[in-house]
Write a protein that binds this ligand. Structure first.
Ligand code: MN
Length: 703
């Protein structure tokens, strides 16, 4: 029986855990909310690149317009939801809503955790688990302030689903039928990739019912509701069908048809292709950008971005355990507690899909650890309450539970206090983008590396070629080529890539089924060639460029210095054969040490200023230019170029204002990025400077 004390205690625990979770997230806010470089219009900026994607969509939804093919996610749930919340809160700016929303929504995870524990008559377990789950390392990292991304509900929604399934099985109340359906529909709306997890819940529930609770008709109603809510149909159809089925189930006369209803539902589910995605889904989870489509056309080879994303790599066990539970020992103890809890409460089996997905992290990358967090938090919390229960006096019970809970929480709290995550774009960069917004038209393009795509679109509201979601090898090729090639061919490629990207959109609008290849392939064919190498060579001649449809700006930030070699990799390959071409030498030393005339750039690279050579792995190479740059008080670049040897093969640039040495060969020295950003030696026939600051520069393309 549920008593009123029980309800009050539940609410109190939920309140306490929520405040705890939210307050800890505020520590980041109070650390930085007066730190000028992190502020934009007086508000702290966002903490993950992807958040600017949703921010762009929310901004456009609130404005009520956006441009064709600007890739703004106005139809995506996270943007819609953010805009909706912002509209409910007219006294808060969109920026503040986006900053606080992840911290508030993710803290709601405490609600289903405490409710699940309540149904197991162990509220204290719920409180301890909620405290831990809401702040454990990986959950915190991906739901901190400003981390506006799907993660803010991605864990909460399946835990809510577990709660309603547990309650449905344990109480057989009809209301949990419709609640389960609503949750599945909401979860799918929020995160379409949730499908395989829903399916795992369904399969596990089916297993549970068949093994332990076969005779109970209610269970088959629950399974039917799940199948209908999961069907491969439009969200409206699934909603209407779920409500209709629920109404049908409320009528006891339908009971004898329940098996038939379930049978028909499963049949429709399969006919609508319900099983198909499961077979391939795992791959999609592991490789967000699935393998490139079948290559008809010229069968070009591109450099794949997954080769450069750290997140997708394997992680060591200790990092894995720490991210889930805050400490390896806690993690192991949690597993023991979880096993014990399973033994005591079979129904907890329903949490297995989340735990399994969490373990995918061991092979699939860090981002999956977050799924195991609430499950293992419940595991360790159960163990703690069991130990406390064995204590002889109430006082000792309370003390032991409190002490153990603190012990488990402490590493996670320390992590939060120490985790000084920066905002993704600093004020100095954003002011350059604010300025670009003033002068550029919304149909204009900003050409920049994909890492900067979303923030550029949010702050400047221009179009981009590549971004955090559009960065396959073939998308990146053109931009990589532009940034790392000599100015003239780079300028032509920038114009071509933009015009051919827009041409692709137009052709797709005219004929949905048209097969379009990479822009580089389309360009090659357009100029009547069938070898991309011939086409790229022809860029050095006086080819006729397509008609200019809009302005193009180049966004070149200082921070690109450190990823130049990675960027180059995307165009330093023979697209016809897939063979890598010789990469240029480009080394931006993170630090250096000077001993009189010797500058040590790394353990194997020394710049000898007296001799004018660079010694690399014991081999001396003549230096052509030794260039020193610095910025004056008012931000003007001043430069001294010393030509040491006309036939030198390498160059040294010392950027005094940033105190950085760059070692680079002649090819890299002549690249667009180096000439325009570092040296400001731009061809005035091709480019016009728009904004020149030490942190980022914008140039307008003249051709
Ligand atoms: Mn736009």
């Amino acid at each position: 029986m549920i008593t009123s004390i029980d309800i009050k205690k539940t609410l109190l625990y939920i309140f306490l855990a929520f405040i705890f979770s939210f307050a800890l997230r505020l520590t980041w806010y109070y650390t930085f909310n007066t730190y000028e470089p992190f502020l934009h219009n007086g508000t702290l900026m966002l903490t993950t690149n992807d958040s600017y994607y949703w921010a762009e969509g929310a901004r456009d939804l609130l404005a009520g317009f956006h441009q064709d093919n600007d890739l703004s996610p106005v139809h995506r749930s996270t943007a819609i939801f953010t805009a909706f919340v912002a509209q409910l809160m007219p006294f808060f700016s969109l920026e503040s809503v986006m900053l606080f929303l992840p911290a508030l929504l993710s803290s709601l995870i405490v609600v289903p955790i405490i409710l699940i524990a309540r149904s197991l008559q162990n509220l204290e377990m719920g409180l301890i688990a909620a405290l831990l789950a809401s702040i454990a390392n990986s959950y915190y990292n991906r739901t901190m302030m400003g981390y506006l991304d799907t993660d803010m509900l991605n864990i909460l929604l399946p835990v809510l689903l577990i709660w309603s399934l547990v309650l449905a099985i344990r109480t057989n109340h009809n209301r949990y039928l419709i609640i389960t359906a609503i949750e599945i529909i909401a979860y799918r709306w929020w995160y379409p990739q949730s499908y395989s997890l829903e399916f795992a819940f369904f399969a596990l529930l089916l297993f549970y019912v068949l093994v332990w609770d076969r005779k109970n008709l209610f269970n088959y109603k629950l399974l039917a509701m799940m199948v209908v809510a999961m069907m491969g149909a439009d969200i409206y159809i699934r909603s209407i069908a779920s409500v209709a089925l629920f109404i049908l189930f409320l009528d006891r006369r339908s009971d004898r048809f329940t098996p038939h209803i379930l049978g028909v539902s499963v049949l429709v589910f399969i006919l609508l292709g319900g099983i198909n995605p499961i077979l391939h889904q795992l791959n999609n989870y592991v490789f967000r950008d699935s393998v490139a489509k079948a290559q008809d056309g010229m069968g070009l080879h591109f450099f794949e971005v997954m080769q450069t994303i750290k997140e997708a790599g394997k992680i060591p066990f200790e990092a894995f355990a720490t991210r889930i539970s805050g400490h390896t020992i806690t993690f192991i103890v949690s597993l023991i507690g979880y096993a014990y809890l399973l033994y005591r409460h079979r129904i907890i089996l329903l949490t297995l899909p989340l735990l399994g997905l969490g373990f995918l992290a061991l092979s699939g990358g860090l981002r999956f650890t977050i799924y195991a967090v609430p499950v293992l938090a419940i595991g360790v919390a159960f163990l703690i309450t069991e130990i406390a229960r064995k204590m002889p006096t109430p006082r000792l019970k309370f003390l032991s539970a409190t002490l153990l809970a603190l012990l488990v929480l402490l590493p996670n709290i320390t992590h939060i206090v120490d985790y000084k995550a920066p905002v993704v774009f600093a004020q100095s960069e954003v002011s350059v983008l604010d300025n670009l917004k003033e002068i550029a038209d919304r149909e204009d393009y900003a050409v920049a590396w994909w890492d900067y795509g979303y923030p550029i679109r949010y702050f400047s509201d221009v179009k981009t070629l590549i971004d955090g979601g559009k960065h396959s090898g073939h998308h990146n090729f053109g931009t990589s080529f532009v940034l790392t090639s000599p100015q003239e061919v780079a300028a032509k490629m920038a114009r071509l890539d933009v015009e051919f990207t827009e041409r692709g959109f137009k052709l797709k609008e005219q004929d949905k089924n048209i097969t379009l290849h990479s822009t580089i392939e389309e360009m090659t064919k357009f100029y009547g060639l069938n070898d991309t190498n011939d086409f790229l060579t022809s860029l050095q001649t006086d080819i006729e460029l397509p008609k200019k449809s809009r302005d193009i700006y180049l966004y070149l930030p200082y921070r690109m210095l450190d990823i130049y070699p990675t960027i180059e990799a995307f165009s330093a390959l023979d697209l016809m054969s897939g063979k890598s071409l010789k990469r240029s030498l480009f080394y931006a030393a993170p630090t250096y040490r000077q001993e009189e005339h010797l500058v040590r750039l790394s353990s194997s690279i020394t710049f000898d200023m007296k001799q004018g050579v660079v010694v690399m792995n014991g081999k001396a190479i003549k230096v052509r230019n030794f260039t020193r740059t610095r910025y004056t008080e008012d931000g003007k670049l001043v430069k001294e170029v010393d030509t040491i040897s006309q036939d030198g093969e390498v160059n040294i640039i010392y950027m005094a204002s940033q105190n950085r040495f760059v070692l680079l060969d002649n090819r890299a020295y002549n690249s667009l990025y180096v000439k325009l950003f570092i040296l400001e030696e731009y061809d005035t026939n091709l480019f016009e400077s728009v904004t020149l600051t030490p942190s980022a520069k914008v140039f307008k393309l003249k051709i």
